[in-house]
Every structure is written in C-alpha cells, then in structure tokens.
Write a protein that binds this ligand. Structure first.
Ligand code: CNA
Length: 253
C-alpha cells in the first residue's frame, strides 16, 4: 500500500489537470449507501413494500409515472440524506482544485456533496437531487421545498414534481456528457474512485483518457482494473488522508 500511495502522490505532484471520476463509494463515509457493495441498496429486499420491484425498477422514469407515491417513498428513504456532510474525499478533491492541480470532478452521485465541500467544477452525469421540476408546468423547486410538500410532491398547478436526476431508462444530458468527455481527454491524470464502473456511460468515459497516469481507487475490483496503471483496493478515506497530508506539507493547511 505504501509504495502505491507514494506513486499516487508523485503523479499528483507532477500533474496540473487531474480529473476525478467518481461514484457512490465517495459518499459512503458520509453515511450514504452505495448500490453494488455487499451493504449497498441493491442487496436490500424491498419486495414486500414495492410489489416485487427491484431498486433499478423503482428508480426508473416509468415507475415514477405509474407509482409516484411509491417512487417517492423509496427515493426519500434511500437516496436522500439531509444530514450528510462532505467527507475527507470530497474536501481533499476541493483542495486539489484550489491549489491548481485538479480541473474537474465528474460524478455519478446526485447528493451534492462535492459542491458542499467547495469544488467548483463538478459535472454531475446523473443530475442532482438539489433541483426538481414540475412535470406539468416546469416550475423549479429545491430539495427542501419538495420535502415539505408531502408524497408525492405536487406543484401549485397540481402537476407532480420530479427530481432533476437521470432515472433508469432515461438519457443523460448531452452537454454534461460532452464537457465530461472533453475534460477527461485533456486530463494529465485520471483518478477513478468509488465506482464499480458498471453503469453505462460513466464506464465509457474512462476510454477518453489518453495519458499515462490512470489510477483506480476502489474497494472492489472493476472491469477496468487491467487498463489502469495503478490500482489501489483500499478505503478511499485512507488514501485521501495521505493526499491531504501531501497538500498540508507542500501547500500549507
Ligand atoms: P456502485 O455501483 O454502488 O459502486 C460503488 C463502488 O464503490 C463499489 O465498487 C464499492 O466497492 C466502492 N466503495 C464503496 N465505498 C468505498 C470506500 N469507502 N472506499 C473505496 N471504495 C468504496 O456505484 P456507482 O457510482 O458506480 O454506480 C452508479 C450509480 C449509483 C449512479 O446512478 C448513482 O447515481 C448511484 N448512487 C449515487 C449515490 C449518491 O449520490 N451518493 C448513492 C447511491 C447510488
């Protein structure tokens, strides 16, 4: 582990355009469950409450339209954590941007914790739970607004309000996709962390990277481990603890 961390830090030291591509594993230390770990949402059994539906089915655009009340019950219980705070990974990534080393965070997360930690360029591939839109009139609402509207949240026009997140079966925002692809293809280092790289098209983005410093930091193996130059199968919090100490030492606290 020490040798790998030294290599990671020496690559960070030589880089000015790092892109971090992350997923749900970045927020597990903030108390938000991921999907595919043994403790993740996919291992949960929701069949009684949701009539045999699995998490992927419940979190789909079709399910939201057919069963808005059930969708929101699941969404509020399993994907919204109002008390969650950024952890060392979010905070250290924000510092890497501040010291001019990181050009963007590309995330599959919808929890807004990178923004809360102070990261400025955050490309949210799957949208954000912070913003919500009435499906009938287009009126925008904050997360706090919809939490106070009951289930399902309804607009003053009586339309159902939906979260501005990409649900299963829906397309990703073309602009966010092309900006993410451009950032990654211009990056001088790519750090992938806290993602199983199982969900298309996030996994595809890895292929835009053209440099020599491709790192994967993830507890479980991913389909791209063979393509990475450095694979660290350790908790992200420990690895980013070392990155934080590097920043403290060379750039001050
Ligand atoms: P995933 O498929 O659940 O994979 C998460 C990966 O992170 C797993 O391979 C774990 O081994 C790894 N992991 C978990 N915790 C740690 C840790 N502390 N240190 C190192 N590795 C860790 O999640 P993906 O992001 O790959 O899948 C994409 C889905 C999950 C997207 O649609 C997200 O919107 C969705 N999601 C987001 C959140 C969130 O916003 N915080 C939470 C749950 C799911």
């Amino acid at each position: 582990m020490d040798e790998k961390i030294e290599r990671l830090l020496s690559w960070i030291d030589k880089s000015q355009k790092i892109v971090f591509l992350g997923g749900a594993g970045v927020s597990t230390d903030s108390g938000i469950a991921d999907f595919r770990s043994s403790t993740g949402l996919y291992s949960g059994d929701f069949r009684d409450a949701y009539g045999q539906a699995r998490a992927e089915e419940i979190l789909s655009g079709g399910y939201l339209k057919r069963f808005p009340e059930r969708f929101y019950r699941f969404y509020f219980e399993n994907l919204i954590f109002p008390g969650a705070k950024p952890n060392i990974v979010h905070c250290t990534l924000a510092r890497l941007e501040q010291i001019g080393k990181l050009s963007a965070v590309v995330t599959q997360n919808i929890d807004g914790l990178h923004e809360s930690a102070g990261s400025r360029r955050v490309l949210c591939l799957h949208g954000s739970s912070a913003s919500n839109t009435c499906m009938k009139c287009g009126q925008k609402y904050s997360l706090a607004d919809i939490q106070n509207m009951g289930v399902p949240p309804k607009c003053i026009c009586d339309g159902i309000v939906r979260p501005d997140v990409v649900l299963f079966g829906e397309s990703l925002d073309a602009e966010v996709m092309s900006e993410s692809a451009e950032c990654i293809s211009n990056a001088d280092m790519l750090i992938v962390g806290g993602t199983s790289l199982a969900v298309f098209p996030a996994a595809m983005f890895v292929q835009y990277y053209r440099g020599e410093k491709f790192v994967i930091i993830n507890r479980d193996a991913t389909p791209y481990d063979m393509a990475a130059r450095l694979v660290i199968r350790e908790p992200l919090g420990e690895v980013f603890g070392a990155v934080e100490r590097y920043i403290d030492e060379f750039y001050g606290r």
